[in-house]
Design a binder for this molecule. Structure first.
Ligand SMILES: [Mg+2]
Length: 384
């Protein structure tokens, strides 16, 4: 079965751009993938155009070999742009292979190890009574794991860490008191803090308040995380920006983090995700995938989550606490994973189990979007 076409569709779907990739074959079987480098989709489209030049005519079943060729057959290997392109192509090839063999993608990954995929949800409200209310709403709707948003999250212009960490810590403690010990509680700091600021935040709470701390600091330097490790006992959830198994390497091997926030649409697709999962399994690190994109990302991640042993929760942004993100994309994706209370069922349809309205996708255009460019009060740049 030979690849005959590779199409990239960077399109605005409701609330964000999605970079969808369709691969066609000479036997009429086609597959869809998604790429996750949000905000820089046009760069990824360029990479996909380069790859298309040598993908046409290749055997679509040789997914592992195609991955190696895409990664290694260039002098300048790796990086987030190339890996986001490889991810979408790899996922689309799994979709093709599943459809061609009449099996769901999880069968290609070793078969399902769980019948449904538990998720964690995010409270969107800033720390305060509304946040506690949203957390209670999530518990009532079936969630046992959730992530809080820190104070200052809502301001799109200015972020001054020290103004917010005390307030965030206070409401984390309050949330733990109100929700009890059975609920898994974390917070996502979106790599906004320094090591010292992250330590101050953690030290303002009794041990056991939080079950995970997501991305307190940037991830370029594993040694910085090792330094923070000596200053707090909260498990770390990191890795959503990692663009290969090699970026996970120091974190896994040095025992720095406890939850892998792997993103199948950025790390290098299902091929690379399975390798990271196996490596993590040997170090008793659980997979806790990043999943903020569209239904193709969710479907690919559900198949991955079904097929690995070491799994905790899959991120979902479709909970009642984030109704501001709610928009009905059924017209674009008539068949897609749908939450059943706090779980995603595992599809047994051939391939990913997602149907795309290609005619509608082709009518959609791309919208330039920038992540907020946050400044400190002194005018210096800080992370969003
Ligand atoms: Mg995150």
């Amino acid at each position: 079965m030979k690849i005959t076409a590779v199409h990239a569709f960077p399109v605005w779907v409701g609330i964000r751009n999605q970079l969808l990739v369709k691969i066609e074959t000479d036997e009429g079987v086609f597959g869809w993938g998604e790429s996750g480098l949000s905000g820089r989709e046009k760069a990824v489209v360029g990479a996909i155009e380069h790859y298309r030049e040598f993908l046409i005519g290749k055997d679509a079943f040789k997914i592992g070999a195609i991955w190696q060729e895409m990664y290694r057959s260039q002098y300048f290997e790796g990086g987030r742009v190339l890996q986001a392109a490889i991810s979408a192509i790899d996922i689309a090839l799994y979709d093709i292979k599943g459809k061609a063999l009449g099996v769901p993608v999880h069968e290609l990954l070793g078969g399902k190890q769980r019948d449904r995929i538990p998720t964690f949800a995010t409270t969107h409200a800033a720390p305060g009574p509304e946040m506690i209310e949203q957390a209670r709403q999530l518990v009532a709707a079936g969630w046992t794991a959730m992530r809080l948003s820190p104070s200052g999250h809502e301001n799109p212009q200015t972020y001054e860490p020290r103004e917010h960490i005390g307030e965030s810590a206070k409401w984390c403690v309050k949330a733990r008191e109100e929700l009890g010990d059975a609920v898994v509680l974390g917070i996502d700091y979106h790599h906004r803090l320094s090591v010292a600021e992250a330590a101050s935040f953690c030290q303002k709470m009794p041990s056991g308040t939080l079950d995970f701390l997501e991305e307190p600091i940037r991830d370029e330097t594993p040694e910085a995380y090792e330094s923070l490790r000596t200053l707090t006992d909260i498990p770390f959830a990191i890795g959503e920006e990692f663009a290969s198994k090699w970026q996970f390497l120091p974190y896994i091997e040095r025992g720095i983090h406890q939850f892998n926030r792997i993103d199948v649409c950025n790390v290098g697709g299902l091929t690379e995700s399975m390798k990271v999962a196996g490596w993590s399994e040997a170090h008793y690190v659980d997979m806790m995938p990043h999943n903020p994109l569209g239904p193709i990302c969710t479907a690919a991640t559900v198949h991955f989550a079904a097929a690995v042993a070491n799994f905790s929760w899959l991120e979902t942004r479709a909970s009642p606490a984030e109704t501001h993100l709610g928009f009905d994309n059924s017209e674009f994706f008539p068949v897609q994973p749908r939450l059943e209370r706090a779980h995603y069922p595992v599809s047994d349809a051939p391939g990913l189990g997602v149907e795309v309205n290609e005619a509608l996708v082709r009518q959609q255009s791309f919208k330039f979007w920038e992540a907020p460019h946050l400044k400190r009060r002194d005018g210096s740049v800080t992370n969003w």
